[in-house]
Design a protein around this ligand. Structure first.
Ligand code: RUQ
Ligand code: CUA
Length: 670
């Protein structure tokens, strides 16, 4: 297909940039007016689409969609930033290829959250090839996660939930940059925080955080990861045992938690006023920040969005530690909790533990820029990003005076990321765009002006997070940016009514005085529902093992060899089988137990060549182990039914892989 067959040049009236801007202004005016409206027309009649809290009706919604469509058509005709380069098509519309040749490696590791798939995905950037998935909050067969004793026990102890909702992957830091040791990921569904060990790319700890439902924001304390921060979004009664009046907001809590990254224990919590949302740390570690909404402490969306302002909360880490040392915490749910609500004693002195900084309603993204001078709160229901000068927080008498800039970036700003040249990039949900703006220009311009805006690029459609390479460090790379778009609509072959999301790769390596400020859309990538966020690290900062180092589990599990493979019967009713796997057999070759025996398998893959993994599938008991070279896995079950069952290998490991199986014989009780 030529570019022109796909071009909407003949479509009626593509609008000029000015017309579009005017339209967005008008739309915004209507939107905000409607949010404020007390009385609402609740007659639906199936005509208008009432969006609770926004009350944007179908007419406006369609208009927003049309405006975006028109911009795309326009861009296609002028050759600017159009969505022409698609997936593996290789950037014919872009001078910047993202194609990584067969056999070559990507420059960056991208760690994507999987949303309600509860996992982490590893994506090569810039190729956008998905390299691996790491199950976190739910069992998964291919990697045998939740199938062996260790991981199934970990999932059980973390609450035994069937799934999780992972949003904000964050890498551990040393000296303000990614150190490749751990990745942390929140679970919004259940108030949990998990840790992934980046030597083995496996989940190795999950903490069920007390006094919290919906751990949403997730951040590490810069520059050296003394804490991992988990942010409680939903307000819940504490204790949540039915003893409190559900209609009394007083009994509801929202807490900000700090975990020790080594032990994954909760070090402390701070109870706050209103909901919490997203989080970040100052670059010197002295502050943690969280956006929040619902300072009204309401139960229904209309009331939650009632007030004009919400807060960015600034947690003074030294003041918090001092209050803990002074014994001012109360032990609740087994962890020390400080009262950081507005007007609490700990907030009333000269050194409040939490500063409440008013910003326009329902701020969402919370991002500290690379120099550590400013923290930003992206507006969500305001078309602005608020810039707070961190050093001013303690200086000003009126907390609102710490807000030193407020560029107008578009309708529905959600999250902000950074390049290495002082520029910020913000996702604009309603306008379906990414806006590029300059931080210092914004600080030096009048509030609410567009002076700092350098350009906008259309994305498809409705972006949530975006992330640039190395953007959480003190020195972002400034080349690639990914916009994680919630809707793909018509971008791909239809696959039924549940659509993939669309992650779009944008080159940001060059500044230019054009419509997009130099941003170039390079690729589309359909993704399984539904990543929320990602973090992108240079490959030099991550060095996974390619086979297991058995010293890492010495003393915990036996490394079985062909010489020590055996069947032990330590007591009546207990069988412990020590087995090896190699191409293409298990040793011992056959297992005989008695009906009712409790059986433990300790299985070592004695291979040392990379990528020779053996499966150990036991369909009768719902078990599939994936045993990597030099690794050992253990699984325990009760052989409760007499019969013969084949154990077989699930990884295609050799020409005789199909023959790789053993008989497990359960003899009837005498
Ligand atoms: S939130 S789309 Cu869960 Cu990160 Cu803003
Ligand atoms: Cu071992 Cu297939």
């Amino acid at each position: 297909m030529t570019a022109h067959e796909n071009c909407a040049c003949d479509a009626p009236g593509p609008k000029s940039a000015e017309e579009l801007l005017r339209e967005h202004e008008a739309q915004l005016g209507e939107l905000l007016a409607e949010v404020e409206e007390e009385e609402r027309d609740r007659e639906d009649g199936g005509v208008s689409l009432h969006l609770a809290g926004l009350d944007l009706d179908r007419r406006d919604f369609m208009k927003a969609g049309m405006a975006v469509g028109a911009t795309s058509a326009l861009a296609g005709c002028s050759g600017l930033g159009g969505g022409g380069a698609n997936g593996n098509g290789g950037g014919s519309a872009s001078s910047h290829t993202h194609v990584v040749a067969p056999g070559d490696h990507d420059e960056y590791y991208g760690f994507w959250s999987g949303g309600h798939s509860g996992e982490i995905r590893i994506v090569g950037v810039p190729s956008m090839r998905e390299l691996m998935r790491i199950p976190v909050f739910q069992p998964e067969g291919a990697r045998g996660y939740g199938h062996d004793d260790q991981t199934s026990q970990m999932l059980d102890e973390a609450g035994g939930y069937a799934w999780g909702d992972s949003h904000h992957p964050i890498l551990s830091e040393t000296g303000g940059t990614y150190d490749g040791r751990w990745l942390f990921i929140n679970d919004k569904s259940a108030g949990r925080m998990a840790r992934i060990d980046l030597k083995y790319f496996e989940t190795d700890a999950i903490t069920n955080i007390p006094n919290m439902q919906a751990c949403h924001g997730c951040a590490v304390q810069s520059p050296d990861t003394k804490y991992v921060y988990g942010v409680g979004e939903f307000r819940v009664p504490v204790p949540n045992d039915g003893s409190l009046d559900p209609d009394d907001p007083e009994g509801y809590w929202s807490t900000f938690a700090a975990l020790d990254p080594e032990s994954m224990d909760v070090a402390w919590q701070v109870r706050v006023t209103g909901n919490l949302d997203n989080a970040d740390s100052s670059k010197d570690g002295k502050w943690a920040f969280a956006t929040g909404y619902n300072k009204e402490e309401a139960f229904e969306i209309e009331e939650m969005t009632h007030d004009d302002r919400d807060y960015l909360k600034a947690f003074d880490v030294e003041a918090i530690e001092a209050a803990l040392d002074a014994g001012q915490a109360e032990e609740v749910g087994g962890v020390p909790v400080l009262d950081g609500r507005e007007g609490s004693p700990l907030n009333s002195g000269s050194d409040p533990i939490v500063h409440y900084i008013p910003v326009p309603k329902s701020p969402h993204g919370c991002d500290v820029e690379p120099t550590g001078t400013y923290v930003t709160a992206s507006g969500k229901l305001s078309p602005t990003v608020s810039i707070i000068e961190i050093d001013q927080i303690k200086e000003v008498d009126d907390p609102a005076d710490a807000v030193v800039g407020q560029p107008k970036v578009g309708l529905g700003p959600l999250h902000t990321t950074w390049d290495d040249r002082g520029n910020a990039y913000t996702t604009i949900f309603i306008d379906s765009q990414v806006t590029k703006w300059n931080v210092e220009t914004a600080v030096n311009s009048p509030m609410n002006s567009e002076d700092a805006v350098l350009g906008k690029v259309d994305v498809h459609y409705n972006p949530g997070h975006l992330q640039a390479a190395e953007a959480e460090t003190t020195s972002p790379a400034g080349d690639w940016l990914v916009s994680l778009n919630k809707l793909s609509k018509d971008r791909f072959l239809p696959v039924g009514p549940i659509h993939p999301d669309n992650d779009q790769l944008i080159y940001i390596g060059e500044d230019a005085e054009n419509e997009t400020g130099g941003m170039e859309l390079v690729a589309d990538e359909p993704v399984y529902p539904e990543p929320h966020d990602c973090v992108i690290a240079h490959r030099d900062k991550v060095s996974p093992a390619v086979v297991w180092d058995r010293a890492d589990y010495e003393g915990e599990k036996e490394f079985v060899t062909d010489d020590t493979a055996r069947i032990d019967r330590p007591e009546d009713g207990r069988v412990h089988i020590y087995a090896t796997t190699k191409r293409s057999e298990y040793l011992p070759r056959e297992y005989r137990v008695t009906e009712g025996d409790e059986v433990t398998f300790t299985v070592t893959n004695i291979e040392s060549s990379r990528d020779i993994i053996h499966g150990f599938a036991f369909p009768k008991y719902g078990i599939n182990l994936a045993v990597a070279p030099q690794d050992t896995r253990e699984v325990t079950f009760t052989a409760d039914e007499a019969g013969l069952y084949w154990i077989y290998c699930t990884y295609f490991c050799s020409a005789l892989h199909l023959e790789m199986r053993s008989r497990f014989i359960v003899e009837p009780q005498q």
